[in-house]
Design a protein around this ligand. Structure first.
Ligand code: HEC
Ligand code: HEC
Length: 162
């Protein structure tokens, strides 16, 4: 049943392109889905969180979770969406599991520094997509290409230098 819910949620999310505030670039993201050996582990952690917030999945993430400093306001999304973004949008794009940034089970804790770096990266991404890209003139694309974690990270915790 759980597997079914997860698969259904995957389909809904992919169809709705509901990943982030910047739907473009989605194709590149999706080519990473399910191809990474940590996916099963991440799903296990994600499902444990989903279980702990049962009935509140569709509420705004910042009303469900305890310590959101950047995924709020204009970046506000549902609690469930935040978890998918954690999994596919961040972990898979960096090629890591949840424990790269979190003490498993103490999700609100900031004791791993990479978590705070990730907040800075998110703010950079929002600034690039909302302020810098639109200010570049002469752009003429069918879609609106946007920068996501994978644009730079390409499945690696630290992007290649050159
Ligand atoms: C690259 C770092 C990174 C990875 C990997 C990551 N997270 Fe997060 N996570 C964050 C950051 C940063 C926040 C806080 C966002 C904010 O401040 O708005 C967060 C917040 C959360 C929260 C909310 C906790 C609270 O109560 O405030 C949960 C739950 C969570 N993550 C679960 C997960 C799960 C499950 C995974 C793996 C599928 C995961 N995260 C992978 C960086 C990460
Ligand atoms: C514009 C390019 C770019 C984007 C977009 C980007 N990053 Fe980064 N990221 C970098 C670079 C470059 C570094 C290495 C920084 C350094 O060496 O000081 C890095 C480093 C990090 C680190 C620290 C890695 C380590 O092990 O020290 C984390 C965590 C991280 N990024 C998370 C994210 C997340 C999550 C996203 C998407 C929300 C993201 N990044 C988007 C370029 C980017």
């Amino acid at each position: 049943m759980k597997l079914f819910i997860v698969s259904a949620a995957m389909i809904v999310l992919v169809t709705a392109s509901a990943f982030s505030i910047a739907p473009a670039g989605e194709e590149t993201q999706h080519s990473y889905l399910g191809t990474d050996s940590l996916e099963a582990e991440r799903l296990k952690y994600m499902n444990a969180v989903l279980e702990s917030i049962k009935g509140m999945e569709q509420l705004p993430a910042d009303s469900v979770f305890k310590n959101l400093k950047v995924i709020k306001g204009a970046s506000s999304i549902s609690a469930e969406h935040l978890l998918w973004m954690m999994n596919w949008g961040w972990s898979a794009e960096l090629g890591v599991s949840c424990n790269h940034c979190h003490v498993i089970g103490k999700w609100e804790s900031d004791s791993i520094q990479k978590k705070d770096i990730a907040r800075g990266m998110w703010l950079m991404r929002v600034k690039i997509n909302n302020e810098i890209l639109p200010g570049i003139t002469g752009r003429n694309y069918d879609q609106q290409p946007a920068v996501t974690c994978i644009t730079c990270h390409r499945g690696k915790a630290v992007p290649d230098a050159g």
